[in-house]
Write a protein that binds this ligand. Structure first.
Ligand code: ATP
Ligand code: MN
Length: 465
């Protein structure tokens, strides 16, 4: 084959210079045609759009042409010409074709179009090759980049917090343990309990549920940091909004109070959505056409409107007065379920909502305590279709108040002694929040199951790919 520079399909489609000889490589999406001419829709992942390859059957080897079936990978030399057909501006008139890899039509699972999302989850090794998942994973990339760009441009530092930790940021269970002990025959102490002093780290360890505690150490030195990494929760909940392994973005800022924190969260989300509308337009339009015709309206709506801010107490009053039949009853003191959150957002305010000042009993120990003795300076950002997309708070900066709360909740201080020291040495008012990347992606793409916005979802009984 003649050596030509490979051009990505996204670029070839933009090229105006007709008559140019180029090389494209990619996977066959469809092939149709008749005895004399073949049309191949080729995709290389660089764009949702395929490029059409026109093949003059008489010019090529029959054996080779037989291998050009859906899923096969080919390299094509040819001339870029104005397209005769509809739906594309240019196409490639093939002069040479090389088969990189065939895909037996009898065995290739993506032979036909229109598979259900459930079926595609069972072939997660191949689903990135579909239009849907190509689009979703491109959006995922662009959102990840935009997150780094946003914080970098604002002078935040990317601070790497550990994945293996000896602390539990939530003060509750639902963690994956990390151990090299022999599970069939672990060493035991005198009381018969597993002796973790003989484990790899000399103590019990787990996969992180949040980088926040370590992130606060960063903020108390660098001023403003963010983390962006994998996060693990052994929640056996199996909801369409929870993963056992997800990616969380956690900014943490010295000298920010709760209002600064809310302002940042709102600005951040609007920036990301604006970025998606600007840079992922074709992919989102495709997803909108296929799954959710209102997604672009929702995105514009969030960018154009102020988020409603109100307290948990006010929110509960609205829910109680709503007359709505909720699956979980609601009264002051209960943790809000997503049905409650979505009622406030979708039915009552019809705008994103930031709820603040939650009862301290249902929130974590590190949240700043209000003077009323009942509530803490928490903030949850609630979105249409999603419910909670961000959870955060102003942090308790007072050593004694923090210690009181630690004792009240019955937490052990020894695994977090280093965290408590931030309040002994140069403590400062500070705030932060956590955004779940996959929740953001659900909102931006309109996908309704969180398993469909991460390449390899981890949920109970699901770890094959
Ligand atoms: P939820 O109430 O929805 O279970 P949470 O209150 O436990 O969430 P936080 O601890 O506040 O969550 O975590 C911050 C953010 O991380 C959440 O707002 C959400 O966007 C995301 N998140 C939390 N748990 C999960 C999960 N299991 N899978 C995916 N994203 C999650
Ligand atoms: Mn939360």
């Amino acid at each position: 084959m003649k050596q030509l520079k490979r051009v990505k399909i996204s670029e070839a489609l933009r090229l105006a210079s007709e008559g140019e000889e180029i090389n494209v490589k990619g996977w066959v999406r469809t092939r149709r045609g008749n005895k004399s001419v073949g049309f191949v829709a080729l995709n290389d992942g660089s764009t949702i759009n395929n490029i059409q390859i026109v093949i003059d059957i008489a010019d090529f080897d029959e054996e080779m042409l037989r291998l050009i079936t859906t899923g096969a990978c080919i390299s094509v030399n040819g001339e870029l010409v104005k397209s005769q057909g509809q739906g594309q501006s240019v196409e490639i008139r093939a002069t040479e074709i090389e088969i990189y890899g065939s895909a037996d039509p009898a065995a290739y699972p993506l032979q036909k179009k229109g598979h259900s999302l459930e079926f595609l989850r069972e072939i997660a090794h191949l689903r990135p090759r579909t239009n849907t998942f190509g689009a979703v994973f491109r959006v995922r990339h662009h959102m990840s980049y935009a997150i780094h760009k946003y914080f970098n441009d604002k002078g935040f530092y990317y601070f790497h917090t550990p994945i293996i930790t000896a602390s539990d940021a939530e003060g509750a269970g639902s963690m994956f343990e990390v151990s090299t002990l022999d599970m069939n025959n672990p060493p035991r102490d005198k009381e018969g309990r597993v002796d973790f002093s003989q484990d790899f780290f000399g103590r019990q360890t787990n996969l992180t549920v949040s980088g926040q505690l370590e992130g606060e150490l960063g903020a108390m030195a660098l001023g403003a940091i963010y983390t962006f990494g994998p996060t693990f929760r052994a929640e056996n909940s199996n909801t369409p909004r929870h993963l056992a392994e997800f990616w969380m973005i956690e900014p943490e800022m010295a000298f920010y109070d709760i209002t600064d924190n809310m302002d940042l969260a709102e600005d951040f989300l609007k920036y990301l959505i604006r970025y998606a509308l600007e840079h992922c337009r074709e992919d989102i339009e495709f997803l909108s056409k296929m799954y959710d015709g209102e997604v672009i309206d929702r995105l514009n709506f969030v960018v154009e409107n102020d988020f409603v801010r109100l307290t948990y107490t006010e929110g509960v009053k609205i829910l109680e007065a709503s007359g709505e039949k909720f699956e979980f009853p609601v009264h002051w003191g209960t943790d809000l379920q997503s049905e409650h959150e979505r009622y406030l957002v979708e039915k009552h305010f019809k705008r994103p909502v930031i709820l603040t000042d939650y009862p301290r009993e249902i929130k974590s120990f590190y949240m700043k305590q209000n003077d009323d003795g009942k509530t803490v300076r928490a903030m949850d950002v609630l979105f249409p279709k999603i419910g909670e997309i961000i959870g955060g708070s102003e942090r308790e900066a007072d050593y004694n108040k923090l210690m009181n709360r630690v004792k009240e909740t019955g937490m052990h201080t020894d695994p977090i002694w280093w965290y408590l020291e931030t309040r002994r040495f140069g403590t400062a008012p500070h705030s932060g929040f956590g955004l779940g990347l996959e929740r953001l992606l659900m909102f931006v793409t309109g996908m309704t199951n969180i398993r469909d916005v991460i390449p390899f979802p981890r949920t109970p009984n699901n770890v094959e790919f």
